[in-house]
Every structure is written in C-alpha cells, then in structure tokens.
Ligand binder design. Structure first.
Ligand code: BAL
Ligand code: ZN
Length: 876
C-alpha cells in the first residue's frame, strides 16, 4: 500500500449538495439506496467535466447505479475494490446507487455493523465508504436525510442525525423513520442506530432560551447507569456557553451506548455513539476514575459540536485541528469541575509516559502529519494530547481573554467550513495582533524538544542568568529541526523559600519566550542566588534538564508556589532515587533506600493541612513506563525490581503513619463522585497499596475487610487490586478467592468484567502469560469485543512490563500470534495493540532480536493497511 501526502491535497472535482439515504435493514442483507445531488466544483474545472470517482469498499455489493435517472450498465462504469468511476456529462446531476451490505459479518467495526442485537455505525475516518460509494472526505459537506426501515419488534428504536420528521408502519411488521439534519456535514459525522433500546430523558434550556431534549439510549439492563453521563452532558452544555459562548443548535441531542466499539466515543452530529465503558456508571459498578473519564468524554464529544462539526477539517492531515482543540477544551472543563492542579498532573503524566515514547519511536509524526498510509493509525497521543498542548501554549501566549477573542473569530469566520490548522492559528493571530509563524513549527516538526538549562549568579552585580539551549532529536524523515517558539513558565525562589517577583508587574511567575537555539535571560537585583522553578504548570511539552540536587528538589517540594512543580519535584526525586537503585542492581550492589525519600514521604503523610488530592499524586511513584523512558537502554527487570524495592521499603519505614492515615480516611459515607471525596478515597487506597506490600496477615485482613464491606466500586476494586498486586506468596490464594468472589458478584456486567480481567494480568505477581491464556478461554472473554481485547491482551502487553518482556520471548510471540489473528478481524485494533513491539530498538540485544523477529513474522503475512504501516515503519 502506498502513502498519501498533504502536499498533494486538491479540492474535490464535485460537491454533494444533498445526500438522501434509505436503509432497509434486513437480517443478513441490508440495502442502502443513496440519492446524491452533485455540483461541479467551478474553482477546479470551468468547462471540462471530469469523471466522478467515488470511494467504496470491496465488502459492498453494487446493485444499481443511475445517473440522472438512467441506469448504467457495467460497461459504462469502472468498479475497483476502492472506487467506483462514473462518466459525467453535466455540471449538475443526481446519482442513485444501491449497495448491499452484510452488517452481521462486519467485524472491523467501521461502517455499518452489529453490536449485540443492534445495528450501529462508525464512519470516522473513512467508514462511510463501507456503507455506500461516496466522496468520503471531510471537505465534502452535504445536507443529509436518512430513512430507516426495520422490523418493529426487534428494532423499535431507529435513530439518525438531526430531527425525526416522519415515521410510519408497514403491514408486514416493519416500521420506518425519516431523520433530517439541517446542518451540512461531512460523511464521517453520519450515524445510524437501530435496536431494542430504552432511554433516559432530560431537557436543557440554552442561553437563548431554546429547550433541547437530551436522551441517553442503552439496553434495558443498563438504564440505571446513565445519570452521571446525563449530569455531565448538562454541565458541558452550560460550560461551553459560559466559557466559549457556544450554544447547542438542534432540538435534540442523543447518546447511545454500545458494547462493541473501537474507540471511546464518536461525535456524530446530534447522535453521539459511545463505547458503553465510557458512558455507563453507577457507584457500585464504576470507579472514580471511570466517573471522571465519563465526565471528560461526554464533554469532549459534546464540545466537538462546534470544534469539529460546525467547523470541521479540510482533510485528515488536519485531524488535530479538531482533536487537539477539543482535548484542550475537555481538559479545561474537567479542571473547572474538579481540581485544576490534579487534572494538569494527570494529563502531563499521561503525556510524558506515553506520548513522549511515541515521539521517540518509529511512528513519531508531527501533530499535523505530512503523509500516511492508513489514517486510522494517526488517532494518536501526538495528534490528541500533544495537539492539546499546542493549543494550551497559544492560550498561555495570548492569555485567557485573547484566546476567547481568537476562538470567537475562528468560529465566526469558519462556521460551516472545512479548514486547516493554519486557519485556527491565523484566527488567534488576527484577534490578538501577534505573529505565530515560528510557533507553527509545533504542527510540522515531530519529536519532543529538549531544553537544557544552566544558570549563573554574579554576587557583585546581583545578577542571575538563565542560559537556555533547545534541541530536538531526529525523527523519521526529519533530520534537521528548526528552533521552536517555547513559552517557558518560571519562578525564582530565595534561599528562605520566598517566591520572588520576576514579572514586569511584580508577579512571581513569568513566561519566558524561548525562540533561539540558545538564549540568555537576565534577572537583575537578585540579593541572593535563587533556585529556579522551571516549566511551571508544564507550560510546554518538552523535556527539561537542570541539574537539581536532591536537596533542591526537597526544597521545591516544600516551597514552590506552583502546585504542578511541587509534584514534579517529588517525581524527580523519586525517579532519581529509583534510577540510582537500577544502577545498583545492574552492578549487583546491595540495595538501600535513600532516607531523604522516606523523610519526604513521611512529611507528606503527616501534613494534616495538605490538599489530599495533591498528597495522593505525590505519593504515587513514577510508573515503569516513565522510568523506562529515562534509560538509554531499557532494563525492564531492574526497573521493576528497583521500583518494587522502593515501595516495600517505604511501606516498612512508614507503616505507622500509613496505617493512621488509612484509618482516618476509612470512614463510611454515601458515595459522591466529587473532587473532595475522590481525593479521600484515592489517598486512602494509596495507603492501602503500600500497606499490602508488607507481608503481614493484618494488612491482608485490612484489604479483605475493605473488599467485603465496600459500598462502591472504587473501594472494592482498589482492595482487590491491592491484594492481587501486593500478593506475596502467602497471599496468592487469598487473591484468587477474592477474584472468584468478585467474578460471581459481577459476571453479568460486561464493563465490570473488563476490570476483572485487567486487574489480574496487569501486575507482575499474578499476571503470568498462562493466566492470560487461560482467561482467553473464560466465558466472559469475547475475542470479537475490543474492550475485552484491550482489558486482557492490551493490559498484559502494555502494563505488565516484566512479564511481557520475559526473556523467554513468549510474551512477544503471544502478541504477534494475536496481531496476525486479529488483523483479519479488526485491523484498527490489531494495529493499535502492536504498539509495544514497535519500541524494540530501546531494549537490550537479546530482546531486540526477539522483538524484531516477531515483527518480521507478522510482516510475512498478508496484512491490512493498518498493520502493514505500523510494522513496516517499525522495521524501517
Ligand atoms: N473523533 C473520534 C472520537 C473523538 O475523538 O471524539
Ligand atoms: Zn475527539
């Protein structure tokens, strides 16, 4: 398969003004009749009429083609596996095309397919071409009408985008509905659902006083799990009005929960389709993390109505135009609903441990890629999370009010259009009178920039100087990098711990604009040598090196006014300590834990006035993924051993304060998914995690009691996880007993069973490959369901690093076998699950050989474009 390039972008030859679809849903055979009104794109062609080349897919059968009412014979058109080409003789014409589909056999979960007993669709990015032949590209925006006919008893609910304008019944037990979407949209936003569903309903009154009906549809046994999503939806709608001035534009907004879904959710106009794991929650079935994820994803999909649907992408290279902006929007929403600093810590933690790895691997690509083979492979952390960081940097550069002026101009200027990342940045420039031309490099250059910071102090002249050098590692296809425009938030602390004035108006934080490869920033009138607090709030997605001593880090943990940097200093302290131990393990030295880490943890545990959410974040050790990123050659076993050693030593040394904090927090109260309560549960369960590292029956009883008495899933799952992951030899039996009890309690709940699968394979103690293989035979596992694949195979290969990277190579062979099998069923998921093998160059020689061997074994198969692209780029 070949690549397509951004530089080759051309407008389409024709526009589609109207799209009129009719679905006849019949078991085993669905007929789709598409009547399309075309108009020549005069900007590209004045007189000559090019043939019409429509996108399609080999899985569809073509039953009929008419142009302006005249049926074409097969000699008159050209049909390939990917296109249908029709001769054209007029600059305005209408086509009628009938395609025949087999949704029940569609396991790719792109286009129209069946999930459980219902029909549903997923069209982004290029799924619509599996429903009918079409100009399936986001710059072709059309008005859609959709008629759905199906058996009334089996599919009482028939949904599509927009408003239902007609409905009726036929004599043979079937019924039909016609939906009309008054807004032009690209085909990727089309959606259809037909099923036996129930709904919860609410209303929202917009700022201009219009009433909007809100509905969440689900299978009847899940109807009690929709309240949190509904509350989140209403909060999102209000927030978008208040913060961005954006009002909802249809009379009805629908969300449908489906069990089989490749992504988290999809923002189809007026009819969002959600993976059930991202919408259903009840206190006893979902953890705090799930509640928060639902709040964020409901908001994200809702916000797309403006950032994505009203203003969409010209082409798929611009994906971050809608995704980066919308992730930024949902992240700010979550920050406003919960703790801003904690949200920032969570986002940055994710970015640094996973996106930085992507940026350093063979699939590294700019936030706006310049080429791709399969666009599905570019729904990445780089496009989403780093894309959001770019938008955040603009926000930091132009300020809150400037950003609002820019977004107002962007929405006003481009409403109803398909545009580019330049258009977004230009609106920000024009509204604020700033020049962001150098800043645009963030969209075009891949790789994580590195800032090396050195400082000097001239006591005679009371002058302090920060010397900043930037560089960016090479990435595939990009040897040379030009300097980035980097907003660097900083503060300076006096030796007494005072945050000194550094800004023009005496502010204690200032943003330095780094633009050169090497640049100096001078601070006058510094009575004493200060300690810098650098990259405050993680003001740019870079790696920052400054030679902090451990005393410096402890000092910043205590005195830095920037909450994010207090946490980051704590992380650096733990990272440095663990990496020292890794070196000791490699040198076969005896291990002993730096007492400064113990004392820092003690201080955190004993500080009764501290913000609990912050303490919980600070007590969480850096992940094995993040630690791996710090090593030139990743030593999986040593990282695991060192981190476990630190957990064990902290638990031993701090057993008393841990127990006392735990007991203080273990008070029964009604469950509320609100920031303060979430922080208390999180801190309590972190203490329990450390305590179950102690190989004592009493601590096991503590966890077991919590498991048995829990009235919410957060506490029950945390207790289970502590026993499973903290399980010393003596506790393994107990862990199995709890897993079995949990299974019996929750086996009827698919989303809870996903957690049950993950918890027992993501930690090294219980998560053997044998267990994974055995669970694949368990009745709750379903190879066709992406959530089950992610929860079992994904969790083992991505999180259980010690077992996956076992030197026998069995983990690698297991993943490769499954990629080969899965590629025939669901290429998107197969390509995504391949990620751990793509990092093969980062390991020791033996693992390099084993991982590369498995990639080559995969490559020897006939592959989808999705897997082909990832494998071939990984081996290049
Ligand atoms: N557009 C795909 C799902 C999402 O990012 O909202
Ligand atoms: Zn999105």
């Amino acid at each position: 398969p070949g690549a397509i390039y951004l530089k080759d972008y051309q407008e389409p030859d024709y526009w589609i003004d109207k799209t009129d679809l009719s679905f006849d849903l019949v078991e085993n055979e669905t007929r789709v009749t598409a009547r399309l009104q075309f108009r020549l794109n005069q900007d590209r062609h004045n007189s000559q009429l090019p043939p019409l080349v429509l996108h399609g897919n080999a899985d569809m059968k073509l039953d009929l083609v008419k142009v302006d009412g005249v049926e074409l014979t097969p000699e008159q058109y050209t049909l390939t596996s990917e296109t249908l080409t029709l001769p054209i003789s007029s600059d305005r014409f209408e086509t009628e095309i009938v395609s025949v589909l087999a949704p029940q056999d569609n396991t790719s979960m792109e286009g129209l397919y069946k999930s459980g007993g219902m029909y549903c669709t997923q069209c982004e990015a290029e799924g619509f071409r599996r429903i009918t032949w079409y100009l399936d590209r986001p710059d072709v925006m059309s008005l859609f009408t959709t008629r759905i006919t199906a058996d009334k008893a089996k599919y009482p609910v028939l949904l599509s985008n927009g408003n239902c304008i007609e409905q009726g019944e036929t004599e043979d037990g079937r019924h039909w509905k016609v939906w009309e979407d008054p807004f032009k949209k690209p085909a990727y936003l089309f959606a259809l659902v037909a099923g036996n569903l129930v709904s919860v309903e609410d209303t929202f009154t917009t700022q201009s006083g219009r009433d909007v009906t809100l509905q969440i549809f689900t299978e009847s046994h899940n109807i009690t799990k929709c309240d949190h999503a509904m509350r989140s939806l209403k909060q999102s709608m209000r927030w978008d009005e208040e913060v961005y001035g954006r009002e909802y534009d249809l009379d009805i907004f629908m969300i449908v929960a489906v069990d089989d879904f490749n992504m988290g959710a999809m923002e189809n106009k007026g009819l969002n389709i959600f993976n059930s794991s991202c919408v259903l929650a009840r206190a006893d079935t979902a953890t705090d993390a799930t509640f928060q994820r639902i709040e964020a994803i409901v908001a994200h999909e809702y916000f797309h109505n403006w950032s994505g649907n009203r203003v969409t992408c010209r082409d798929w290279f611009q994906l971050s135009l809608k995704e980066g902006f919308t992730v930024f929007r949902d992240s700010e929403f979550s920050a406003d609903m919960n703790s801003r600093t904690v949200k920032r810590i969570e986002d940055v933690n994710h970015l640094r441990s996973a996106q930085f790895a992507e940026d350093a691997g063979p699939m590294a690509h700019p936030v706006r890629p310049s080429s791709f083979i399969e666009i599905s492979n570019f729904y990445t952390l780089t496009v989403y999370e780093k894309g959001a960081e770019i938008v955040r940097m603009i926000h930091n550069l132009v300020g809150k009010d400037g950003f609002r002026k820019g977004s107002d101009l962007y929405f006003e200027r481009h409403d109803g259009q398909a545009v580019t990342c330049e258009d977004f940045v230009r609106a920000m420039e024009d509204a604020n009178g700033v020049d962001l031309s150098q800043f645009m490099r963030w969209y075009t250059q891949a790789g994580t920039p590195v800032l090396d910071v050195a400082d000097s102090y001239d006591a005679d002249n009371k002058r302090y100087v920060l010397e900043i050098t930037q560089s960016c590692p090479t990435t595939p296809g990009q040897e040379e990098k030009e300097p980035f425009h980097i907003p660097l938030g900083i503060g300076l602390l006096s030796p007494a711990g005072v945050n000194l004035p550094v800004g023009d108006k005496g502010e204690t934080t200032t943003v330095l604009e780094v633009r050169e490869a090497s640049q100096q920033f001078v601070f006058e009138n510094m009575a004493e040598r200060p300690l810098p607090s650098l990259l405050r709030g993680f003001s740019a997605p870079v790696r920052l090196n400054y030679d902090y001593s451990r005393e410096d880090l402890l000092f910043l943990m205590r005195h830095d006014e920037d909450g994010f940097n207090r946490w980051d200093s704590c992380q650096r302290l733990a990272t440095d300590t663990i990496l020292d131990l890794v070196r000791d393990i490699q040198a076969a030295n005896p291990l002993s834990l730096d007492s400064r880490l113990i004392e820092a943890w003690r201080e955190l545990l004993e500080d009764e006035t501290a913000d609990k959410a912050m303490v919980a974040e600070m007590l969480s050790l850096p992940s094995e993924q993040w630690l791996s990123e710090q090593m030139a050659v990743i030593d999986v076993y040593a990282i695991h051993e060192a981190r476990e050693f630190v957990r064990g030593e902290l638990a031993k040394s701090l057993s008393e304060p841990l127990q006392s904090l735990y007991r203080g927090l273990a008070v029964e109260k009604p469950y509320k998914p609100e920031a303060e309560d979430i922080a208390e549960r999180q801190l309590k369960n972190i203490c329990l995690g450390y305590l179950t590292e102690l190989d004592t029956p009493a601590m096991l009883v503590l966890a077991e009691t919590q498991f048995n008495n829990a009235t919410n899933m957060t506490d029950q799952m945390a207790a289970l996880s502590c026993v499973v992951n903290g399980a010393h030899q003596s506790a393994l039996e107990k862990a199995d007993a709890l897993l079995s009890a949990f299974h019996d309690q929750w086996k009827g709940d698919a989303n809870v069973m996903d957690m049950w699968l993950s918890v027992q394979v993501s930690g090294a103690r219980m998560g053997s490959l044998e267990r994974v293989k055995k669970l694949m035979e368990h009745p709750v596992f379903d190879y066709r369901n992406p959530n089950k694949l992610r929860s079992l195979i994904g969790a083992f290969c991505m999180r259980n690093l010690k077992r996956f990277h076992d030197l026998s190579g069995e983990g690698y062979a297991f993943l490769a076998d499954n990629i080969i099998r899965l590629d025939k069923q669901n290429p998107q998921i197969a390509a995504r699950m391949l990620t751990p093998l793509t990092r093969w160059r980062r390991y020791d020689e033996q693992r390099v050989g084993l991982m590369k061997g498995e990639l080559e074994r995969i490559q020897a198969n006939e592959l989808s474009k999705d897997v082909f692209e990832v494998v071939s780029k990984s081996l290049a």
